[in-house]
Write a protein of this length. Structure first.
Ligand code: NVA
Length: 234
């Protein structure tokens, strides 16, 4: 009955099983492990801004073991951007994926770095990227620990200044950067905070390209659908 199915959910094994049996294209709209369609929008945004991809330095701050950290490390290593996971070492991506990405990065002429050092990690970055600290599908109880572990890796004005004037800020959204949304207000009251992974100052700054990035989700997902659907029946 359907021409295609987009799965946005939890385990990667679920979308793979769905794809095996569906008989129509199945698009991975996000799993716990990967977020490939977001990568298309992100790389388009980076290329629109810098006019190139190869040789740029992308720094991911936050939970680098989850979908966004994994997928950014993969896409950077395949397209020749230097990737840095700058976070508490509890949140480094898994060794097997790092080894695979190091291989791809070597072929593309780029590097993969894992560091807990904010100053060195974000120095001269072209792209500073972050994501929510607790993802969909994770238990609510982990918030307190995440806030404790990841607050030193919040994207602040200091981080952007350390990266330099040419750096841009990206975020796959939704972001906790102010108290103006219902959920932002609830979280703010619960943890007595006004922001989490990024300050409002950075989120709203000229260096922030999050709305270009969000717009590019629309164009890139249409391209994926066109590229993968069969010819319409005459
Ligand atoms: N890591 C986030 C990405 C949201 C687009 C999540 O899985 O909720």
């Amino acid at each position: 009955m359907y021409e295609g199915i987009e799965y946005r959910g939890f385990g990667q094994d679920i979308v793979e099983e769905l794809a095996k049996h569906a008989g129509v294209p199945v698009w991975n709209g996000l799993t716990n492990e990967y977020h490939p369609t977001q990568m298309l929008a992100d790389m388009l945004t980076v290329r629109e801004h810098f006019g190139k991809l190869k040789g740029l330095k992308l720094v991911y701050m936050g939970d680098a073991r989850y979908n966004m950290g994994n997928s950014l490390m993969i896409v950077c290593s395949k397209l020749g951007l230097d990737f840095v996971a700058c976070t508490n070492k509890k949140y480094f991506p898994n060794d097997e994926l790092v080894a695979q990405c190091q291989q791809w990065a070597k072929e593309a002429g780029s590097t993969i770095t894992l560091t807990e050092d904010v100053e060195a990690g974000t120095k001269d970055a072209d792209i500073v990227y972050t994501d929510v600290w607790v993802s969909m599908g994770e238990p609510d109880e982990v918030w307190t620990e995440r806030i404790h572990d990841l607050t030193p890796y919040k994207v602040t004005r200091h981080v952007m200044e350390n990266a330099g004037e040419k750096a841009i800020f990206l975020h796959c959204l939704p972001a906790f950067h102010d108290l103006k949304t219902k959920i932002g207000k609830e979280m703010g009251e619960r943890f007595n905070l006004t922001d989490m992974e990024v300050t409002d100052e950075v989120f709203e700054s000229p260096q922030s390209k999050v709305f270009d990035e969000a717009e590019n989700r629309m164009h890139t997902i249409k391209a994926v659908i066109v590229a993968t659907l069969g010819e319409p029946e005459k």
